[in-house]
Design a protein around this ligand. Structure first.
Ligand SMILES: Cc1cc2nc3c(=O)[nH]c(=O)nc-3n(C[C@H](O)[C@H](O)[C@H](O)COP(=O)(O)OP(=O)(O)OC[C@H]3O[C@@H](n4cnc5c(N)ncnc54)[C@H](O)[C@@H]3O)c2cc1C
Length: 336
């Protein structure tokens, strides 16, 4: 039987992110003996949220562990892993965990696998699923080496939703190297809240294509209105924003079109493969290198003037042959 450690970093507000609850759900379903490991400035609130998950809770806490920093994060994760004597270490994937956990696996003499989308224990033997070659091939991987550190992507498992309670936390001390003092987070630069357009937990992915910046029936370009319609929809619906390569390339070249669109929004073969229950594509042709990025969107709809566009060729569940300006104007009215 595997000794499973679910390890997570606590947010600044003391809570655990949804991705962590998903990884805990996945860890529970594996069926071995389970330990919870928490790292952060304050961990009691997060531990209380997991009080009824049936596992012992270990934690490294204190002000030095508030910041995402390799030296302190790796030291904390290593200390918890050694105390728990884990053979499988399941961690929600984030920039913070991805930075630290490969080094932790090395220190423990183990192995690490990242970008895992599923874990299972067929006949008691754990295996993980991972996509390769730009999400074209899925492999199921087993390993003999232990400990095995597994970074689970978000949105791949139902989240743990047990009742909260009063948890007993066993404190673990981490051997903090002096080098941790070399890295201090002095501040955080983030886009304005209303410009934060990539929202991984959104129910809907809204994709804008280059058509928004093309001449319309009146022979004019309507960039300002396009921007207002798209931002209006995002604000009203809480959707996440994706873009086609043609559109984000235009923005990158400094043209005065859809200034909020960056390469981070690009969906497709050379872009992202986001996970949302539904997707709505507008003014985007639906060519294969773009649509390959829709692999994990369950229900797909598209608005395009062209009844012969790529979406019409079995790539969307519903294609509205319509003017996206008119459709979005109406939709925004309804959402208000
Ligand atoms: C190696 C390689 C990798 C690539 N990787 C990616 C990738 O990762 N992501 C990606 O997106 N592309 C990628 N591409 C490019 C891809 O093939 C297409 O060129 C790109 O997706 C086209 O973007 P688009 O559909 O927005 O623009 P266009 O092809 O210009 O289509 C614009 C669409 O808007 C419609 N339209 C215009 N006005 C309106 C209106 N008022 N209402 C409704 N519809 C309207 C038009 O009918 C048209 O279909 C890649 C290409 C290659 C060769």
């Amino acid at each position: 039987m595997e000794n499973i450690l679910f390890l997570a970093f606590v947010e600044a507000d003391g809570a655990l992110p949804k991705a962590a609850l998903e990884a805990l759900g996945a860890a529970q379903q594996l069926g071995g003996s389970l330990t919870v490991g928490l790292i952060g400035a304050e961990v009691q609130a997060a531990a209380n949220a997991l009080a009824n998950c049936g596992a012992k809770i270990l934690a490294v806490s204190g002000p030095e562990f508030a910041q995402a920093r390799y030296a302190s994060d790796a030291a904390a994760a290593e200390a918890i892993a050694r105390r728990s004597n884990a053979s499988l270490i399941l961690v929600p994937s984030s920039t913070r965990s991805a930075r630290a956990m490969a080094g932790v696996a090395h220190r423990l003499g183990g192995r690490v696998d990242t970008h895992i989308t599923a874990v299972a224990a067929d006949g008691g033997k754990p295996n993980v699923s991972r996509w390769y070659y730009r999400q074209r091939m899925e492999a199921v991987v087993e390993r003999a080496q232990r400990p095995w550190v597994i970074l689970l992507e978000s949105g791949c498992h139902a989240a743990y939703d047990g009742a909260p309670g009063n948890a007993t936390v066993e404190s673990v001390s981490a051997d903090l190297p002096d080098s941790h003092k070399r890295t201090q987070v002095l501040g955080v630069r983030v886009p304005q809240a209303d410009r934060q357009t990539i929202r991984p937990d959104a129910k809907v992915l809204f994709v804008a294509g280059a058509g928004w910046t093309k001449k319309q029936a009146d022979g004019q370009v309507h960039g300002a209105e396009a921007e207002q319609l798209i931002l209006g929809f995002l604000a009203n619906s809480g959707a996440s924003l994706g873009g086609s390569k043609s559109l984000v390339d235009q923005s990158g070249e400094g043209q005065a079109v859809l200034g909020f669109m960056t390469h981070l929004n690009q969906v497709g073969q050379t872009g992202a493969t986001p996970r949302h229950p539904k997707g709505l594509s507008t003014c985007c042709h639906g060519e294969e290198p773009h649509v390959v990025g829709w692999r994990f969107i369950n229900e797909r709809r598209a608005v395009n003037l062209d009844p012969n566009c790529g979406w019409a060729r079995s790539k969307a569940d519903v294609l509205y042959v319509a003017d996206a300006f008119e459709v979005m104007r109406e939709l925004n009215q309804l959402l208000k």
